[in-house]
Design a protein around this ligand. Structure first.
Ligand SMILES: NC(=O)c1ccc[n+]([C@@H]2O[C@H](COP(=O)([O-])OP(=O)(O)OC[C@H]3O[C@@H](n4cnc5c(N)ncnc54)[C@H](O)[C@@H]3O)[C@@H](O)[C@H]2O)c1
Length: 439
């Protein structure tokens, strides 16, 4: 399909399965939230698909439909959640353990949460050293494990009478990995699965299984997972959308708001220190240096791309950027982030900016996971396959085509997302030129 052609979008008929590897804090906050919203007990704050509007035509046209009325998205009533975890806890028990939501709120959707029991996970402790659990598959090879996941997907579809599924990775961050030979092509990867190649991580097995079954895959963690030639080749071959990586929920969200603003005014930056304290299971996993390295890599990339030090050496050629995450159990999911930004202005005079963000990690991430599930399903019905760069808006380290730098500026990302929706519907793109108002 040519990129310029308006696609034919298949209607969102039937039920959509939302498969979540990792039924921890983010996943259970998402599921509980959707159930509460369906019952009219809460509202989908933070979700662009549920609350956002999109301007069509001229500013004088006054045409701003809700995004969910403009493009055919699956409705919340049509979502069926399922997933895998290394622990046997059902979603109610897991949500209680994560302690993001108050018990009184969770109890209102207890039957719906209790019904969701995790399928046995594909897991290797080597990739997430701080956790271990009993609910894990065994198999003769990594290919055998992939086939078990594919059977899980097919059974889930049958059992719930689903017309289609999407998969959104909500499991722990894996250790830092670089692509190797086994990831360089689909043929090498499939041979690696048969040989149980040690370089193939569990998340990659889920991604392979999903794409093989024609299920779109979005990656909410900083693992490589779908940033691999092998999986991208399979996604193109099977006509399946993929996207990643790492939800842009808290501190990086702030960074990609502030950094473009400083740069737009040609203000220099000499240092940016980001500290965090976090006490949930994610924080515990990230307390392991090899797992933190994966997160650090993802968190560091945004500023360099926004600041373009190669074009602005005087302003950004020499800034010092540091990111720290400290595991601090008393805070649970209520992360606190501090950013100290040393900037300089006219004649080089120094100034400082301090941001103290007292946030709630999973409250910020859950609506992103919901939007990704709905937009990935839309992309598939619009026949869009491979990397979905228009969903960069949701990610700390957005994927982009080979040789293309990713867009990190939140407002460019939002414009790209909305223009993609306009394009999907054959509506005029909005350039913000606006000269016609003065003719
Ligand atoms: N909350 C946020 O704001 C945010 C932002 C960006 C990224 N993330 C990422 O999202 C992911 C989920 O975060 P969370 O706070 O829900 O973490 P969590 O620790 O509460 O949940 C992760 C769950 O994944 C399970 N798990 C680990 N490996 C698995 C495997 N191979 N298969 C199946 N299950 C597995 C764990 O047992 C755990 O229950 C993490 O990777 C985190 O880094 C979160």
């Amino acid at each position: 399909m040519s990129v310029r052609e308006t696609p034919k979008i298949a209607p969102a008929e039937g039920k959509l399965g939302v498969l979540l590897p990792g039924l921890g804090a983010v996943a259970t906050t998402l599921i509980a939230g959707v159930e509460l919203i369906k019952q009219g007990k809460s509202s989908p704050i933070g979700s662009l698909t549920q609350m956002g509007h999109i301007r069509l035509g001229k500013r004088t046209d006054n045409n701003n439909p809700a995004i969910k009325d403009f493009v055919p998205l699956a409705g919340l009533d049509d979502l069926v959640f399922g997933g895998w975890d290394i622990y046997e806890d059902n979603c109610y028990e897991s949500a209680s353990n994560a302690a993001v939501l108050e018990p009184t709120l969770m109890d209102q959707v207890k039957p719906q949460l209790e019904k969701i029991k995790p399928m046995k996970a594909v897991f290797e402790k080597r990739f997430a050293k701080r956790i271990d659990g009993p609910n894990v598959k065994t198999g003769s090879s990594k290919m055998d494990l992939a086939k078990q996941l594919m059977a899980d997907i097919e059974n889930f579809k049958k059992e719930h009478g689903l017309s289609r599924c999407v998969m959104v990775w909500c499991a722990s961050t894996e250790i830092f990995l670089k692509p190797t030979e086994v990831h360089a092509s689909l043929a090498a990867f499939e041979k690696g699965l048969e040989d149980s190649d040690p370089n193939i991580a569990p998340s990659q097995i889920y991604a392979y299984a999903a794409v093989k079954c024609g299920v779109p895959f979005a990656n909410g963690a900083p693992n490589l997972t779908v940033d691999l030639e092998a999986i991208q080749e399979l996604a193109k071959k099977n006509n399946v959308p993929i996207a990643g990586k790492d939800y842009k929920s808290g501190q990086t969200f702030m960074k990609t708001l502030i950094a473009p603003g400083l740069k737009s005014r040609m203000l220099g930056v000499s240092g940016w220190f980001s500290g965090n304290i976090l006490g949930n299971r994610d924080g515990e996993v990230l307390d392991e240096p090899d797992n933190f390295k994966t997160k650090e890599d993802s968190k560091l990339s945004a500023l360099n791309i926004i600041f373009q030090p190669e074009h602005y050496p005087e302003l950004y050629g020499n800034y010092y950027h540091k990111v720290r995450i400290e595991y601090y159990p008393p805070r649970g999911d209520n992360k606190e982030g501090w950013d100290n930004i040393d900037i300089f202005g006219w004649l080089g005079y120094p100034m400082q900016l301090k941001i103290n963000f007292l946030c709630r990690d999973s409250i910020l991430a859950a609506p992103l996971a919901l939007d990704l599930a709905l937009f990935m399903d839309l992309a598939q019905r619009a026949n869009m396959s491979g990397i979905q760069e228009w969903l960069s808006f949701y990610f700390k380290a957005p994927m982009s085509a080979k040789g293309l730098y990713p867009e990190h500026d939140l407002f460019i990302q939002l414009m790209k997302l909305k223009n993609t929706l306009r394009w999907m519907k054959g509506s005029d793109l909005i350039t913000h030129l606006g000269l016609e108002y003065y003719d």
